[in-house]
Design a protein. Structure first.
Length: 317
């Protein structure tokens, strides 16, 4: 049952062949054990004790036919899913931007009637996935570095800024008295949740501020894979403070906003986020539509309400 994955077209052709389904069933038999009959009859005491030889044989045939139908159903689900996704604009989004992306995509789909799918992770991980031929059409990074590298390596011919992010320090308690990052010095042993600096730009910005502003032996760092996981750490424990994006807090339920301070004046908070149009054989028209949509005045204004600064706005806070 190993081997390379079938394309949707090949899969559809294979499904017309009963022999292919029989082959899958035979392979499943091997995985399950010596035989379907032995496996199922051993597990069912009533069948084992209550059926004669002929009835047991018929029962085994029934089980085998049921297995065939189940396999066919699963294959169709996977195959049809591949076919549907093949006609979608696949967007790789940095974790900090994903909630905002879902909101603006509602308008994009309504205007252009384009199917979209989102893959969310840290910018660094998505960058490596694209290097390894992940079939993305758009890459929304949390920095310029990764799109610029893709440009140098020939994976894209078009990179552009699409938003300016804001790093904040957040705590789930509404009674937190933290006014500036230095106030954390009054809380020895404080736990700070950040995204992994190796792959997440927000994590890099966070660690720079921490090292510059805090005494090393007064805090403990908890590293998440991305800002989404850093937020999860802090939502689970009110004694944890998280360095995350402002947009993440604004997307929380109204009764769970907690308190936060903006870190724009605490250090290098230049989080201009860049997008890359990835070279693909299809969807070039839809890629262009999405770029124009993302850079439109209406969307840029919308992003400001979602916790970002417009790329057309002044760099001053």
């Amino acid at each position: 049952m190993g081997g390379k994955r079938l394309s949707p077209t090949t899969l559809a052709a294979k499904l017309r062949s009963k022999q292919h389904i029989d082959d899958l069933v035979a392979g499943t038999r091997i995985i399950l054990g010596k035989s379907i009959q032995a496996n199922f009859i051993r597990q069912d005491k009533h069948v084992r004790l209550g059926l004669n030889k002929k009835a047991k044989s018929l029962y085994a045939l029934y089980l085998e036919e049921t297995l065939k139908r189940l396999l066919l159903f699963l294959i169709l689900q996977v195959g049809l899913g591949d076919i549907a996704r093949a006609n979608c604009l696949r967007i790789a989004s940095s974790a900090n931007f994903t909630s905002s992306l879902k909101i603006i995509l509602q308008d994009f789909k309504e205007i252009h009637n384009v199917c979209t799918s989102i893959s969310s992770s840290s910018s660094g991980k998505l960058y490596h996935q694209i290097q390894n031929s992940a079939p993305f059409h758009i890459f929304l990074s949390a920095n310029k570095e990764y799109p610029a590298k893709l440009l140098e390596q020939g994976y894209t011919t078009d990179i552009f800024p699409y938003a300016k992010g804001e790093l904040i320090l957040w705590n789930r308690s509404s009674k937190s008295n933290i006014q500036q990052i230095k106030d954390l010095e009054k809380m020895p042993g404080i736990k700070l949740a950040i995204a992994n600096p190796r792959t997440a730009p927000y994590g890099t910005a966070a660690i720079e501020i921490i090292k510059a502003k805090l005494t090393r032996d007064r805090y403990q760092i908890l590293k998440g894979e991305n800002v989404g996981q850093a937020l999860q750490y802090a939502t689970a424990d009110q004694d944890i403070f998280a360095f995350i994006s402002k947009s993440q807090v604004l997307s929380l339920p109204s009764n769970f906003k907690g308190t936060f301070i903006n870190l724009g004046k605490e250090g290098n908070n230049n989080l201009t986020q860049y997008a890359a149009i990835i070279r693909q054989k299809n969807m070039s028209h839809e890629q262009g539509l999405f770029k124009s949509f993302l850079l439109s005045k209406k969307v840029q204004e919308k992003l400001q309400s979602l916790g970002y600064r417009s790329i057309y706005a002044s760099s001053s806070h």
